[in-house]
Design a protein around this ligand. Structure first.
Ligand code: FE
Ligand code: FE
Length: 170
């Protein structure tokens, strides 16, 4: 196995990603159940991107000849049902990931593992984009309050109401 330190950090990154993935899926289900389609879809799409991060980190571990540790969460899924609290969780999680991956990029380059360094940098940039998306939603929700979510629920009702009967809801 090459670069054991990198393999260890990549496995820790997988834990971070899996934690975010599960929590965002939870937010997606709950928001969708409340009818807040726009925000629910944002969490779903970003959860899919976190899954792709798991995949990219796993591929790198296998390339280095290491073993992938899957199914471990850094912390249990929190049963948060307030949209504003969900966005706070997401922003904190993305900031933490940006911080960790930036730190780890520096650590692995000390071992001259440029491939893993590149990967940490690339994923950190994705997390910056995620942060920006969540921050915009957070500001919108603060600015427009419940109106912002009510609008999303109305759009969903209008869309479902215009579909033929007996069709798939989603
Ligand atoms: Fe990620
Ligand atoms: Fe992210």
């Amino acid at each position: 196995m090459r670069h054991p330190k990198s393999v260890e950090l990549l496995n820790r990154a997988i834990q971070e990603e899996e934690t975010a993935l599960h929590q965002y899926m939870y937010f997606h289900f709950v928001l969708d159940d409340m009818g807040y389609e726009g925000l629910a879809n944002i969490f779903k799409r970003i959860a899919i991107e976190e899954m792709k991060h798991v995949e990219a980190f796993a591929e790198r571990i296998l390339f280095l000849g290491g073993e992938v540790e899957l199914g471990k969460l850094a912390k249990p899924v929190e049963k948060i049902r307030e949209p504003i609290e969900m966005l706070k969780w997401a922003m904190a999680s993305e900031s933490e990931a940006i911080e960790l991956y930036s730190k780890w990029a520096v650590e692995v380059i000390k071992e001259r593992d440029i491939g893993t360094e590149q990967l940490f940098k690339k994923v950190a940039m994705d997390e910056e984009r995620h942060y920006e998306i969540f921050e915009r939603e957070f500001f919108n929700l603060q600015k427009f309050g419940d109106q912002y979510l009510a609008q999303q629920a109305m759009e969903r009702s209008r869309r479902i109401g215009s579909q033929p009967l007996g069709g798939e809801e989603k």
